[in-house]
Write a protein of this length. Structure first.
Length: 725
């Protein structure tokens, strides 16, 4: 029932008055924190240029701790919060609670706003008419910066309503109708009960969040990260939370969600950037389907171990590998003896830390070969051997310091691949693997292999450290180096320190696409962590789900675990999802299909044309979507057609237009979507029809499919015949 404008105006004025009070108190708190930060800096200033008393160091430590806490609080208070206050609960006992992104209290320490993660805020998300949790009215405030511009109410307990004014038609549906932008929005004001349950799940062990397209898995997982930091900040801020997504495009899409919730201490990385802590670079290129399937398989683990064990030097004719003379007497080791020594050393040491042990083993085998008639002691013999040019040349070639990249690049040689792939890959797979390494850049799948090699090789020997000065030089010091700074630097410089960064919690999104080798990469960064795993098997691009399930089962092990299923598709119009469900159900009968709750009354548009007219028709329909829809338009094309489609759409270039492959579209959404050549998407994707399902479920309003086959492609089978264009 529509309320008179005067009632809405009165309610807006009431809410605006409270929001003004909150922002005024926030300004006072920020000023207080700023004064505290300045006071912290003034606690101690040294005028000593060459030495410090012990009590001076204590004062500096106190200054640093005080200033750090003040600056940390100031950063929270100064952050820009879109709609700081977004909710209100009217309780049956007459109490009123305002819910917001951070907690704010007045001078008497009474709450003006309750942090959305606090237990007192739970009824805002979980209360229902059947279980109102003492809530009479739930109100969502729509704000632009510090101005209240809209209200949506839910009446949860009519018997207690009295003269409460009820405005709007429900906050969730109003939110769903808004046009999409280039970045994901938080859902903190419209979280639903089943989503809230997953967000607030226990932190220990493994939490699995599953659900079909559009159920909000990603944004729920990000809100869970914010909740974990709020509920156990010491553990998770100190150890860190790593959020992993499928691509750099996806990470750019979600990057604003956590800062908007008041959290900026979470690390976001695409799966191709996870190993940047070890490798120093990231990758965003995807291999062809066949190569990606081989590189992601667990068969690569023993293959890489063989590759590491394989010496760089070739045995040569006759098998003689090391030959030198001592006082004119020949000594040496053949290939079999060298292989045996190498294997013995590698059983106890990593390659890059085994040079000394390898040299010792060689000498132990060579010294007894020197005839006793020379009357040389062992130390002299060793000096004669190690001082020879033949020895230096051989050892440098036989046992060099290796990097993961130079080791993996050896697989571009068919002869090397054949030696290490025996019994693991057939001849065709060996050829595909070898050819994939002839690209100039590394792929996303290569990153997991390089990380595996980094673990097998170990860090390279460190250069001798320069001696640090005992006294402070150069007069007054303007910057304080804290104990924590020095400890972290020591860990970074320690040659025995583990190269992989370990986190307290890992949140893995689109987990159905993580290959078994990538799971191994992730486990190195969360050996003692808790985990949140988010995904939907029906959208998997990995061709062997059983192998992935085994990898996840190994990860979970005997740790506490819990699962949450999100059942409602809020993104896809029912008309669009019905088509997508028909397509995936034929290829994957076990697909978890959520219920689509929105209707637009517009059916998907299925078009077919001739191959020569494909890009022209794509350009025509894309232009129409940009004109008809206020938000973003995504054009999803198979990799083989991506360049041609981008060229055809160049005249339409706009911030609202995005052209991506199906894999790049993972986790994203657009108001309108145009899917190009669905059969090619199926053929060129390792997940086949399941990847096409991903493309078909990206739109929030309109879906158009353009097929370069006038008769309609294989993907359509029982669907209605397309219109021609």
């Amino acid at each position: 029932m529509t309320q008179p404008a005067s009632a809405l105006d009165r309610e807006l004025a009431i809410e605006q008055a409270h929001v003004d009070l909150v922002y005024a108190q926030l300004a006072k708190a920020a000023a207080s924190a700023r004064r505290a930060a300045n006071a912290g800096r003034a606690i101690y200033t040294s005028d000593r240029g060459t030495w410090m008393r012990e009590e001076d160091g204590t004062a500096m430590f106190e200054r640093d701790a005080f200033a750090f806490q003040a600056a940390k609080r100031l950063a929270v208070l100064d952050a820009e919060h879109e709609g700081l206050v977004f909710g209100r609960l009217d309780l049956s006992d007459g109490d009123v609670r305002y819910i917001g992104r951070i907690g704010v209290r007045d001078e008497e320490y009474e709450p003006l706003v309750i942090d959305w993660r606090a237990r007192a805020a739970e009824p805002f998300y979980r209360a229902t008419p059947s279980d109102p949790m003492d809530v009479t009215r739930r109100r969502v405030l729509r704000c632009r910066n510090d101005r209240v511009i809209g209200i949506e109410d839910d009446l949860l307990d009519a018997a207690e309503a009295g003269d409460l004014v009820i405005i709007g038609e429900g906050a969730l549906m109003a939110s769903l109708q808004r046009a999409r932008g280039r970045h994901m929005r938080d859902i903190v004001a419209t979280i639903q009960a089943e989503q809230d349950e997953a967000i607030r799940a226990d932190a220990q062990g493994v939490t699995v969040i599953s659900g079909g397209p559009g159920t909000g898995k990603t944004v729920v997982a990000l809100h869970r990260a914010a909740y974990l930091l709020y509920s156990n900040r010491r553990r998770f801020e100190r150890g860190g939370i790593l959020v992993v997504g499928p691509s750099a495009t996806f990470m750019n899409y979600i990057e604003r969600v956590l800062p908007s919730l008041g959290e900026d201490s979470v690390i976001l990385r695409s799966v191709g950037a996870v190993a940047s802590d070890v490798l120093g670079f990231a990758a965003d290129r995807n291999d062809a389907a066949a190569a990606a399937a081989i590189k992601g398989s667990l068969r690569m683990a023993p293959l890489l171990k063989r590759l590491v064990d394989l010496p760089l030097v070739d045995p040569g004719p006759g098998g003689a590998r090391l030959l030198l003379t001592v006082k004119g007497e020949p000594v040496g080791l053949d290939a079999a003896a060298l292989d045996r020594l190498r294997n013995e050393v590698l059983r106890r040491h990593k390659v890059n830390r085994a040079r000394a042990a390898a040299e010792k083993a060689l000498l132990a085998a060579l010294v007894p070969q020197v005839p006793a008639e020379l009357e040389l002691d062992a130390e002299t013999i060793e000096d004669l051997i190690t001082g020879s040019a033949q020895w230096q040349m051989f050892v440098n070639a036989w046992w060099p310091t290796l990097s993961p990249t130079e080791v993996l690049r050896r697989l571009d040689d068919p002869a090397v691949t054949r030696r290490v792939a025996v019994g693991l890959l057939d001849a065709d797979e060996q050829r595909i693997l070898t050819e994939s390494f002839r690209q100039e850049t590394w792929s996303v799948a290569d990153v997991a292999l390089l990380d595996e090699l980094a673990a097998l090789l170990g860090p390279p020997p460190a250069e001798p450290d320069a001696e640090e000065p005992v006294f402070i030089e150069g007069g007054e010091v303007a910057e304080l180096v804290t104990t924590a700074d020095r400890l972290s630097r020591k860990v970074a410089d320690d040659p025995d320190a583990h190269a992989h960064t370990e986190y307290a919690h890992l949140l893995v999104d689109e987990a159905q696409d993580i290959t078994p080798m990538q799971w191994r990469m992730l486990r190195r960064r969360g050996a003692h962590a808790s985990w949140t795993i988010v995904g939907d098997p029906a959208q998997s691009s990995w061709p062997d789900p059983a192998e992935s399930e085994h990898a996840v089962a190994e990860l979970v092990g005997h740790a506490p675990s819990r699962s949450y299923r999100l059942s409602v598709n809020y993104r896809s119009p029912a008309e669009v999802f019905a088509l997508a469900a028909d397509v995936v159900r034929r290829a994957y009968p076990a697909a978890d299909l959520p219920e689509a709750v929105r209707h637009t009354g517009v059916e998907p548009e299925l078009l077919a044309t001739t191959p020569g007219r494909l890009t022209a028709l794509v350009a025509e329909r894309t232009a129409a979507l940009l004109q008809e829809l206020p938000g973003t338009v995504g054009v999803i094309a198979p990799p083989s057609r991506l360049d041609a489609v981008r060229a055809a759409l160049e005249p339409l270039a706009s911030e609202r237009l995005v052209v991506v492959t199906p894999l790049q579209a993972k986790g994203l959404e657009y108001d309108g979507v145009l899917v190009v050549a669905p059969d090619d998407i199926v053929a060129e994707s390792p997940g086949g029809v399941r990847v096409l399902y991903v493309a078909l479920t990206r739109p929030t309003q309109r879906l158009v499919c353009v097929d370069p086959d006038p008769a309609g492609g294989d993907w359509r089978e029982s669907l209605p015949l397309p219109a021609t264009g």
